[in-house]
Ligand binder design. Structure first.
Ligand SMILES: [Zn+2]
Length: 430
């Protein structure tokens, strides 16, 4: 990589660029070329400094060879940027012809930085970030241009967050500074044991340790939860992530029992139980006292309905008061039923095998239903059980031969749940 050279980049009064900004551009550009050679192993290069040149007004005197970092303003288009900088518009047209590039080029947001190099108005290279995790770089190659997308280097940090729940888990995670994605992941870890819509209450609290892929100060992506605790009505649930030697990862209690169960207790996310299991209730449409041998989950039409457990489709059709209904058989005499669906998952047919959590249909109000909800039944040898209470079969435990490894790997993760204060960032480099 060549050092920025003031002789190469003659300063222009109009663009008000400073050496610091230019140097930052060069660092990034250099990083791109290193990445191209597969050599980039270091930490994240600095973002182009905030002092990067704003989109300059017209009448720019072009110099023979320049680096320019343009910060996109409101309503800016690349056409305008090219015209302002007196770059050849025909080059831009050519860039847009490159496969898969047009969209990445034309999706501009205020504050985006686009780095350009040109020689006398002829574009040599263009670089911009795509989302939080990749860099698009286009360089002149022979007669035309070549485009490449490079994943941005990142480092993995471990983070920890604690919070108390006042109304919802989502609100609590947000209030503590976590993202929606983290809240969803946390609910997902404990979904077998805790009904986050119906049974969370004030006084509940959580602690979560997770990985975050950090690209720079501003951007990062939440990765896996490593360990978590949720205290629900005074009862503590703990889970820790363990990766088997074959690469399969799952969550376990601290003593190695699986958190996951062979069945989901709630086959719809974000639903409210609108009617529980009862041997005598007044049916809202038939107006007769009838047993309600399932649980109704109120949720908007179109909410995905998931197979509660791995199994086989034994029935799929429109029948009786259940409207569009799917019945799955899970072995050991267990069957589950999903009624009032607005539609079935595409291609779902009798005889198909489905995995746990696979979407089999969507909430609706077909059949005898006053509003959109899922009617869900869990039967053992033909006898209806209360799915909210039945003891669900467990998923496979950790094999005994892996228990020593499990303890070695998970002890430090679980320790984070008891750490008194925020842990310092740690983790390797990628
Ligand atoms: Zn029902």
């Amino acid at each position: 990589m060549r050092e920025p050279d003031a002789g190469l980049v003659a300063a222009s009064a109009v663009t008000e660029r400073c050496r610091g900004g230019l140097a930052a551009c060069c660092v990034v550009t250099g990083a791109i070329f290193s990445a191209a050679a597969g050599l980039l192993r270091g930490p994240v290069p600095d973002e182009p400094a905030a002092s990067a040149v704003p989109a300059a007004p017209a009448a720019l005197a072009t110099t023979p060879f320049e680096f320019i970092a343009v910060t996109i303003g409101r309503n800016d288009t690349l056409d305008q940027v090219f015209r302002r900088l007196q770059l050849q518009i025909s080059d831009l047209a050519e860039l847009r012809q490159l496969p898969d590039v047009r969209r990445s080029l034309d999706t501009l947001r205020p504050g985006d930085v686009i780095q350009l190099t040109h020689l006398d108005g002829e574009l040599r290279s263009l670089t911009r970030r795509i989302g939080a995790t990749a860099l698009l770089t286009i360089t002149r190659a022979g007669q035309g241009f070549a485009a490449n997308v490079f994943p941005l280097p990142y480092r993995v940090e471990q983070r920890r967050l604690q919070g108390a729940v006042s109304s919802s888990l989502y609100g609590a995670v947000n209030a503590a500074g976590g993202t929606d994605r983290l809240a969803v992941a946390l609910a997902d870890v404990f979904k077998y044991d805790i009904d986050f819509i119906n049974s969370v209450q004030p006084g509940d609290r959580f602690t979560v340790a997770w990985e975050r892929r950090v690209h720079d100060e501003q951007t990062g992506v939440d990765g896996d939860i490593l360990a978590a605790e949720f205290v629900n009505s005074g009862r503590s649930f703990r889970a820790v992530r363990y990766v088997m030697p074959d690469g399969r990862a799952d969550y376990y209690t601290p003593d190695g029992r699986p958190v996951r169960k062979a069945f989901l207790r709630f086959p719809v996310d974000f639903a409210r139980i609108s009617s529980g299991f009862s041997l005598a209730r007044r049916h809202p449409i038939l107006n007769r006292v009838r047993a309600h041998r399932g649980v109704d989950f109120a949720a908007p039409t179109g909410t995905p309905v998931k197979a509660a457990g791995a199994g086989r489709v034994v029935s799929r059709g429109a029948g009786s008061g259940y409207g569009n209904v799917v019945v799955l058989s899970h072995g050991n005499g267990v069957t589950t039923l999903y009624g009032h669906l607005s539609r079935f998952a595409r291609g779902l047919a009798v005889g198909d095998r489905v995995a746990q959590s696979e979407v089999i249909g969507y909430v609706g109000k077909t059949g005898l239903a006053t509003g959109p909800h899922l009617h869900y039944e869990y039967r053992v040898n033909g006898v209806h059980q209360n799915p909210a209470r039945v003891t669900l079969p467990k998923a496979d435990p950790i094999p005994e031969r892996l228990m020593a490894d499990f303890r070695t790997r998970t002890t430090p993760l679980l320790a984070q749940l008891d750490a008194p204060a925020q842990l310092a960032a740690a983790g390797g480099q990628h």
